[in-house]
Design a protein around this ligand. Structure first.
Ligand SMILES: Cc1cc2nc3c(=O)[nH]c(=O)nc-3n(C[C@H](O)[C@H](O)[C@H](O)COP(=O)(O)OP(=O)(O)OC[C@H]3O[C@@H](n4cnc5c(N)ncnc54)[C@H](O)[C@@H]3O)c2cc1C
Length: 283
């Protein structure tokens, strides 16, 4: 297997064109594990670590720009992520372990397209956009349109993700991430919930976006649940009723981590974590 180190995005494009069966490697924490598990070999991997164009991070106009080679630890260390994108900060803080987060990237987590990927529900409720570069130039799309199914993203041959862009959070946005795994650390999500909302001065929900992970083939949103909560205060009663609707909206499966029934029940119960005085582990 050739291990290649493109220095520019044009070089990466040329390599993808020349060796279409090759694969991009960012942190390698998904790719290398899968190669080892399946015994599959590749003609080449294209490592992003020397590609400075993909290491950019910071405000560009009114959006927060995250290049594809930026690691999860770099994001956790960034004041903007800590103070303005709490839901993403919390999710990255619960993803794998510190050694993995020092190598793994946000974009690698996105491209793996796992229904359990921790960063995806936060990116959906933050309404992130994905920049994709390919032989026909640059295109971009909302993150929720990036996934086709478990492990499947919409990248075409020769394309790669260049960056993720987060819109500036509106004034008063509250956001949080809630994950249930089989243990407290280094656990893949059995179910997860990302929430972003704003309250009126009177304490009713003015706007809410919710996204569940690990309870369907890709991340799940439900307009029924969001519309039901809008205009109401975040009380236990409202969230319990919303939970009934949420359980109908998801399509979980049985796997080694949990049964479909348990995941469905968690889907609703996780909403109770939005209560201002929610106690972790209530579900
Ligand atoms: C012990 C362990 C624990 C883990 N725990 C968690 C967890 O709690 N939560 C979780 O969500 N994940 C977890 N993972 C999975 C993995 O660490 C994450 O998905 C990680 O974010 C992947 O990022 P990476 O940069 O290492 O991706 P890589 O392994 O480098 O790449 C992943 C996939 O994305 C493709 N890719 C990467 N960058 C690009 C790009 N710019 N354009 C196009 N394609 C690209 C690669 O070709 C590959 O198919 C865990 C993994 C391990 C080994």
């Amino acid at each position: 297997m050739q291990v290649l180190f493109p220095q520019t995005c044009s070089q990466l494009q040329a390599m993808l064109a020349e060796i279409p069966q090759g694969r991009i490697m960012a942190g390698g924490s998904d790719l290398l594990v899968k190669l080892r598990q399946t015994g599959r070999t590749l003609p080449a991997v294209f490592c992003l670590e020397q590609l400075s164009e993909l290491q950019q991070i910071g405000w560009q106009q009114n959006e927060f720009y995250i290049g594809a080679a930026v690691t999860q630890q770099q994001l956790l260390d960034h004041a903007v992520i800590q103070t303005q994108y709490n839901v993403l900060y919390q999710a990255l803080n619960e993803l794998a372990s510190p050694p993995i987060r020092h190598a793994a990237t946000l974009v690698g987590n996105l491209c793996s397209a796992s229904p359990a990927a921790d960063s995806v529900p936060p990116l959906v409720v933050l309404e992130a956009n994905v920049d994709i570069e390919g032989p026909d130039g640059l295109r971009n799309l909302p993150v929720d349109r990036f996934f086709l199914g478990p492990g499947q993203n919409c990248l075409q041959t020769g394309e790669f993700v260049r960056a993720v862009r987060l819109p500036h959070p509106p004034q008063g946005l509250v956001s949080s991430y809630h994950k249930v795994g089989k243990r407290k650390a280094l656990a893949i999500a059995v179910a997860s919930l990302a929430a972003a909302y704003r309250l009126t001065d009177g304490g009713e929900v003015a706007m809410i976006r919710l996204a569940w992970g690990s309870v369907g083939p890709t991340v799940i949103r439900s307009s029924e649940v969001e519309e039901f909560i809008c205009g109401k205060p975040l009380t236990q009663d409202v969230l319990r009723q919303a939970g009934v609707l949420a359980r109908q909206a998801v399509s979980p499966i049985d796997d080694i981590r949990a049964s479909a029934d348990y995941r469905r029940s968690l889907t609703g119960n996780l909403l109770l974590r939005l209560l201002p005085d929610a106690v972790a582990g209530e579900e």
